[in-house]
Design a protein around this ligand. Structure first.
Ligand code: MG
Length: 262
């Protein structure tokens, strides 16, 4: 029944543009933002249709063991591979997971370029807030290209900001979110952008498999993620740390590793 409500909400949201102006305002998002380069939609466009809701099978990578050669960033015991702006990573660690606790983002000590990333996350079991205020965190590849983490189970927000979106650029092809408190998987393949002489020569590409379902297939990044704006590429190092966002919601992470790609 709840799922039906979500379907209805998603459908209602996607046709909001045909509603009277007063009702259209209720759809989360914006209409005063720039158009996303190469697309017809604006950044966080309130009229952008939402992807279909699909119930996934159990993810084949849930609880998977890190392959040989992988850099294990979190094995459930400590945050020794992470730091904060001030020093040690201050997030809570218990029962095999790390949890956002309002003390700021955490960043890997090691830098990475192109890579495969596996991680598992869970939205807070206690449902609080709505739209971007519910279960918000994010995986910032190279500290600037965000794969959104959000509780998008029965929670409508703008399409390019829902869970598994490439924030502000691309909604996922499907909404395969599990209910709050359940462990979900991300298997991300990231091709880092390439620069030469301070100029972009090859953009970044991201493939995201969420709960075993491919929701982005080598999607081209326009540049770093931005809120309500378009951010142009700026030349940066070949390798940079990964950051996890503290958006004030107690999102959990576990089983986090990286396989470096050439
Ligand atoms: Mg986020």
């Amino acid at each position: 029944m709840k799922r039906l409500t979500q379907l209805f909400l998603a459908a209602a949201c996607s046709v909001a543009f045909s509603l009277p102006a007063a009702d259209a305002k209720k759809s989360p998002g914006y209409d005063d933002t720039p158009v996303i380069p190469g697309q017809t939609w604006k950044v966080h466009d309130s009229k952008r249709p939402h992807p279909p809701i699909v119930k996934p099978d159990v993810s084949p990578t849930l609880g998977a063991k890190p392959p040989a050669g992988a850099v294990v960033l979190f094995d459930g015991t400590d945050l020794s591979k992470w730091k904060s702006a001030k020093g040690d990573a201050p997030w809570k660690v218990e029962s095999g997971y790390m949890e956002v606790n309002g003390k700021g983002q955490v960043t890997t000590k090691q830098s990475f370029g192109s890579m495969k990333v596996h991680l598992e996350f869970a939205s807070p079991k206690e449902v609080k807030g709505e739209s971007q205020g519910r279960g918000n965190s994010g995986v910032f590849l190279m500290g600037m290209y965000e794969v959104q983490v959000l509780d998008s189970y029965e929670n409508v927000t703008y399409a390019d900001g829902q869970c598994a979106s490439l924030y502000g650029q691309w909604p996922p092809d499907k909404n395969v979110c599990l209910p709050p408190g359940e462990w979900q998987t991300y298997d991300i393949t990231f091709e880092a952008p390439k620069f030469a002489d301070g100029k972009l020569v090859e953009p970044g590409y991201v493939t995201v498999v969420h709960n075993g379902v491919k929701v982005h297939d080598r999607r081209k990044l326009n540049g770093p993620s931005g809120h309500r704006n378009v951010v142009a590429y700026k030349a940066h190092a070949d390798k940079l740390p990964i950051s996890l966002q503290d958006h004030g919601n107690p999102v959990r992470f576990r089983n986090f590793w990286v396989e470096e790609l050439k």
